[in-house]
Design a protein. Structure first.
Length: 431
C-alpha cells in the first residue's frame, strides 16, 4: 500500500514559508493585541477544532449525468483510510473519518488496526438505505419505494436491521453515533400519504433507537428534495426536530448545509437547534443552487462564518451538546485530497473569524438597536485574514504551512496512480 507523505517533504516545504509566516503572525498578533485579543489563545482554540472526513469523499464523485474518475482512486476502505491519513498529515485538522456502510464494510478489527496505524479515529457511522445492495445477502429487498417509511413492513424491518448492523460495526471501531439519512419520499402529489409515511418512519426509527448502545446518539438528517422531487419524508429541520423529540434523549438533528431551499437562513436553524438542545452535528459543504456538495466556503464563505458565529455565541450551551463536525462533499473536478484539505482549512477559518468578533460590543449595539454598528461589529470578524493563525496551528501540530503545495510536491497522487489501477463504478457518494 502507498506510503504517506515523507516528513522530509513537509519540512522542506515549511522551510520555504516559515520566515514569512512568522512575520505575518507577529503582525496579526500586534493588530489583535490592540483590541485586547491574545493571538495565541485564538490559535490554541483553532488547533483544538477538528472535523471528520467522509470516507466517500476521497473518491471522485459524480452527478446523475456522469462520473469522471481521477487517477489513483482508492479501491476500498483501506486505501480510502490511507488517503484520509494524508489529508490529516498535511492539514492536521481531520483526525477522524466518517464511514458509510455497506460501502466501507470490512472486519471491524482490521478497520480499527488500520486506523490506529494511521493515527485516525472514527466519527459518526452512516447507514445506506437509499440504494439497493444486490451483493449484500442481508438486504435482498428493494428500496425503490422507500426504506424506513416503506409501505411494506418487511422492507422497513430490513432497513432497521441494516441500521443496527451499522451500529454494531461502529461500536466495534469506537464510533459513538449513527447518522440516518433516507432517500424516502415521493415524486407526485398523491403518490404517498404524507402523514402515514412519517408515522412509519418514526416507528422504524424508534426500533433503531431502542437498539443503540447506552452511550450512543442517533442523528436524523433532513433534506428538502432529491432523490424524491415532490416530497421527502424528512424534508426540513422541523420534521427532524419532531423526530428527535419523539425519539428522546439519544436523538439529535444533523444539519447538512446543502439540504435547504436557496437562501434559507441556516444560521438561524442552528441557533434554534442549540436553544432546544437538539443540535447533533453538521455535514459541511457549500452550494449555489441545491445540494451541490461543493467545497465548504468555496461559494459563500460569509454564510459559513455566520454558522460559526452562532456556534461561538452559544459557548457553554454548545459545549454541553458536543456536536459532531463532519464534511459531506462530492469532488467531481478536483483532486479529492486537495479539496478536503482546503475544506478543513475553510471550516477552521470561519471558526477563527467567529472567535474574533467582539461579542460584548456586538451585544451592546444589539441592545441599543444600532443596526449599522451591530452589523459592522459582526463583519469585522469576517474581514480578518486569519491565515497566519491557521498556518501556525498546522505547523505546530506537525503539518504543512501550505498543505496543498506540500501535497503537490510530494507526488502522492502520481504514486498511487501507479499502484491503483483505474476502477469503474462504486458508490457515487452524494449524500
Ligand atoms: Mn449529508
Amino acid at each position: 500500500m502507498a506510503a504517506r507523505i515523507d516528513r522530509d517533504v513537509i519540512d522542506k516545504s515549511n522551510e520555504q514559508f516559515q520566515e514569512a509566516l512568522e512575520a505575518d503572525y507577529a503582525a496579526l498578533g500586534a493588530r489583535l493585541d490592540r483590541r485586547g485579543i491574545a493571538i495565541d489563545d485564538i490559535k490554541r482554540k483553532v488547533a483544538g477544532f477538528t472535523v471528520a472526513v467522509p470516507s466517500w469523499g476521497v473518491g471522485t464523485g459524480g452527478t446523475r449525468f456522469a462520473r469522471f474518475p481521477g487517477g489513483g482512486e482508492p479501491r476500498g476502505i483501506f486505501e480510502k483510510l490511507n488517503d484520509c491519513a494524508v489529508i490529516n498529515d498535511l492539514g492536521r485538522a481531520t483526525p477522524a473519518v466518517s464511514l458509510h456502510i455497506p460501502w466501507d464494510k470490512a472486519d471491524p478489527a482490521d478497520l480499527r488496526a488500520k486506523a490506529e496505524e494511521l493515527g485516525l479515529g472514527f466519527d459518526a457511522m452512516n447507514s445506506n438505505t437509499f440504494q439497493d445492495h444486490p451483493d449484500d445477502p442481508s438486504q435482498p429487498l428493494s428500496y425503490k419505494y422507500g426504506s424506513l417509511s416503506h409501505t411494506d413492513a418487511a422492507v422497513r424491518q430490513q432497513a432497521v436491521e441494516h441500521n443496527l448492523e451499522t451500529v454494531s460495526i461502529g461500536e466495534a471501531i469506537g464510533s459513538k453515533a449513527l447518522t440516518v439519512w433516507i432517500g424516502d419520499g415521493s415524486n407526485f402529489p398523491g403518490q404517498s400519504d404524507l402523514g402515514r409515511a412519517f408515522e412509519r418512519y418514526l416507528g422504524a426509527m424508534k426500533e433503531i433507537t431502542k437498539g443503540l448502545p447506552a452511550d450512543w446518539r442517533i442523528f436524523s438528517e433532513h433534506k428538502m428534495y432529491e432523490p424524491a422531487f415532490y416530497s421527502t419524508v424528512v424534508q426540513d429541520w422541523g420534521t427532524s426536530y419532531l423526530t428527535a423529540v419523539e425519539l428522546g434523549e439519544k436523538a439529535f438533528c444533523l444539519v447538512d448545509l446543502g439540504h435547504h431551499a436557496p437562501n434559507v437562513n441556516m444560521e438561524q436553524i442552528v441557533s434554534r437547534l442549540i436553544h432546544s438542545r437538539k443540535l447533533g452535528g453538521f455535514h459541511f459543504n457549500d452550494s449555489k443552487y441545491g445540494d451541490d456538495d461543493l467545497d465548504a466556503g468555496s461559494i459563500d464563505p460569509f454564510r459559513l462564518f455566520l454558522v460559526f458565529n452562532e456556534l461561538v455565541e452559544a459557548g457553554a450551551r454548545l459545549d454541553a451538546l458536543g456536536p459532531s463536525y463532519m464534511i459531506d462533499q462530492s469532488h467531481n473536478v478536483t483532486d479529492p485530497i486537495e479539496s478536503l484539505i482546503r475544506t478543513a482549512g475553510e471550516i477552521r477559518r470561519a471558526y477563527a473569524q467567529a472567535l474574533l468578533v467582539d461579542r460584548a460590543a456586538l451585544r451592546g449595539f444589539q441592545d441599543e438597536n444600532d443596526a449599522l454598528m451591530a452589523s459592522e461589529t459582526l463583519k469585522a470578524g469576517f474581514r480578518f485574514d486569519v491565515e497566519p493563525i491557521l498556518a501556525k496551528a498546522r505547523l505546530e501540530a506537525g503539518g504543512a504551512i501550505d498543505p496543498i503545495a506540500a501535497y503537490r510536491t510530494s507526488g502522492y497522487r502520481q504514486r498511487v496512480s501507479q499502484e491503483r489501477p483505474a476502477s469503474r463504478g462504486s458508490g457515487g457518494g452524494i449524500v
